[in-house]
Ligand binder design. Structure first.
Ligand SMILES: NC(=O)c1ccc[n+]([C@@H]2O[C@H](COP(=O)([O-])OP(=O)(O)OC[C@H]3O[C@@H](n4cnc5c(N)ncnc54)[C@H](OP(=O)(O)O)[C@@H]3O)[C@@H](O)[C@H]2O)c1
Length: 263
């Protein structure tokens, strides 16, 4: 058993999309991977898919709504310590700015930001004691290029970068790194529905994808949606020993969509 197989990796929101691809990548290492979503059946089903895809048995499904303190406690009881924490879960949806209610602002903050804050606050002290740990926030290109159709989502994704950088400074010199990964538009079930709603459900998906990128994300150099495995590749690297000199960083896997040199 090497160091990697002894590790415990928690990927929040790993019953679908990017989270499931990230959990799959760490399962291939032989680590114990905690699979999470709000629903017991979906969480177990995702763990089953990852087990079939990787042949790895060390999957621990933990159903809990991490947008609440109670849900976080359920996870802490089931998994007291982790070595790699991937704050992946996130909700998004289009609402015109003038129609976003106070409740919706609070809800987005609780689910997309406070979920990761609570998990980091609980798990980082153990990582520091052991002298090794990786915390990764999955933000979005929407943190820098705020979409007018979901300003509240953009706000949460920018906030994650701030929390991540502040945490990296807090644990400086401890062997624990904290970074943010910024995916660009990625083909996940939620995005498939989002695109169908925006550019027309009657189009074949390949055509809808091309039109969405051309009309709504025209700076993409990739000129297609990113695949979840492409995001997982970068996250897996950041969660490994190999990334030890990368901390406090914001790393892009956005298909060149953000028209800036830095970050
Ligand atoms: N897809 C994109 O284009 C894109 C681009 C940039 C950034 N991102 C970011 O990448 C992350 C993943 O996005 P995705 O598109 O892969 O999302 P997705 O397919 O909608 O999956 C979201 C995951 O989060 C879980 N989840 C949602 N609310 C939860 C809660 N309160 N507690 C626990 N789990 C919860 C869902 O599980 P259940 O439904 O089973 O509960 C699901 O596993 C998000 O942070 C998103 O902002 C996505």
């Amino acid at each position: 058993m090497n160091e990697t197989t002894k590790r415990t990796v928690l990927v929040s929101g790993s019953t679908s999309g990017i989270g499931e691809a990230i959990a799959t990548a760490f399962a291939r290492d032989g680590a114990t991977v905690v699979v999470n979503g709000r629903d017991q059946e979906r969480t177990e089903a995702a763990a089953g898919r990852i087990r079939s895809a990787t042949g790895h048995d060390g999957l621990l499904p933990v159903a809990a709504d991490l947008g609440t303190a109670e849900g976080a406690r359920t996870v802490f009881d089931a998994v007291p310590e982790v070595d790699v924490l991937v704050n992946n879960l996130g909700i998004f949806g289009a609402t015109p700015f003038m129609e976003i209610t106070d409740e919706e602002w609070h809800h987005y903050f609780e689910v997309n930001v406070l979920s990761g804050v609570r998990l980091a606050r609980h798990y980082i002290p153990g990582m520091v004691r052991r002298g090794w740990g990786r915390v990764i926030f999955i933000s979005s290109e929407s943190s820098l290029m705020i979409p007018t159709e979901m300003v509240h989502y953009g706000m949460t994704k920018t906030a994650q970068i701030s929390v991540s950088r502040g945490l990296a400074q807090t644990v400086a010199g401890s062997g624990v790194t904290v970074n943010t990964v910024l995916p660009g538009p990625t083909l996940t079930p939620g995005v498939e529905t989002f695109i169908a709603d925006r550019v027309g459900a009657d189009l074949p998906f390949a055509e809808a994808e091309a039109r969405f990128i051309a009309e709504e994300r025209p700076t993409s150099l990739l000129r297609r949606l990113i695949r979840p495995e492409e995001v997982a590749g970068l996250v897996h690297y950041v969660g490994s020993d190999a990334s030890s000199a990368t901390t406090g960083a914001t790393l892009r896997v956005d298909g060149g969509l953000i028209p800036m040199i830095i970050p």
